[in-house]
Write a protein that binds this ligand. Structure first.
Ligand SMILES: [Mg+2]
Length: 256
């Protein structure tokens, strides 16, 4: 029986600036029925407080401690390893999460961190490559290839980190889904076992593959992602959270 939900944001709760159908109703249903839930996002641009405020404007009340983001996971890892300095390609939210655990932006760093960055340029890549060639690890905030926005797809962290990885012949450390660590944080937070939890997401390579790897159930929101992966098969597929809510009894294995 399913007891808890992990929900992706981009493409599931909203696409670009537009809320997706059924998102607020779905969260409000979970809240009013005391069903534990959290969001798990690979998006690398924002601090967790941004999501809490944004969701509130959509009519969804979710405190910051129910939001797991890959920048937060990066910050927790930096703290665990005692890193105080990072070379960051990325946006303010990522830098802020790092600062909060005592890791400052530096040109003489202990690690290179790459997230989504609209100001990604030749100088930054060159700097990052030189640091990695000097033996520092390369952390990529998520392995996502593409970031869907209203006007189309943008290259995400995975794609931006790829040139640095290629140039230095280095295997990056990837954060976010589909890696086990962020899911383990979610199970801890929700106080559930993997097999009692469902991941809802629109990306087969991260949301659905990650859920399968850790033994959780999965709901695929189709029609958002560009590339289909026929080798990754979700437990359920729906168009949006409205359809998920309409079929919640079946997903949870209980009569609603
Ligand atoms: Mg998504």
């Amino acid at each position: 029986m399913i007891k808890a939900f992990m929900i992706d944001l981009d493409g599931v709760v909203y696409k670009g600036k537009t809320p997706r159908e059924g998102a607020a109703d779905f969260f409000n249903y979970l809240t009013s029925h005391n069903i534990p839930h959290c969001v798990v996002t690979n998006h690398s641009s924002f601090h967790r407080k941004y999501y809490s405020e944004r969701l509130k404007r959509m009519g969804i009340n979710l405190p910051m401690n129910r939001i797991l983001s890959s920048p937060y996971e990066v910050a927790l890892r930096a703290k665990e390893l005692g890193y105080k300095r990072a070379y960051v390609i990325g946006r303010e939210g990522l830098i802020e999460e790092l600062k909060e655990v005592g890791c400052a932006v530096s040109d003489d760093p202990e690690v290179v961190v790459v997230g989504y960055d609209e100001n990604y340029d030749f100088r930054k890549i060159t700097e990052a490559i030189r640091i990695v060639l000097n033996g520092k690890p390369l952390w990529v905030v998520n392995p996502d290839r593409l970031l869907p926005k209203e006007d189309g797809f943008y290259p995400d962290s995975g794609s931006l980190g790829a040139s640095i990885a290629y140039a230095t012949d280095t295997q990056p450390v990837y954060f976010g889904k589909p890696n086990r660590h962020i899911f383990e944080k979610a199970f801890e937070l929700l106080k559930t076992e993997p097999e009692e939890s469902v991941m809802i997401g629109d990306t087969l390579e991260t949301d659905i593959l990650g859920a399968k790897r850790v033994g959780a159930r999965s709901v695929y929101i189709y029609g958002v992602e560009k590339q289909e992966r026929r080798d990754i098969v979700p437990d359920f597929s729906f168009r949006n959270l409205k359809e998920v809510l309409d079929n919640l009894g079946e997903i949870m294995g209980v009569d609603r």
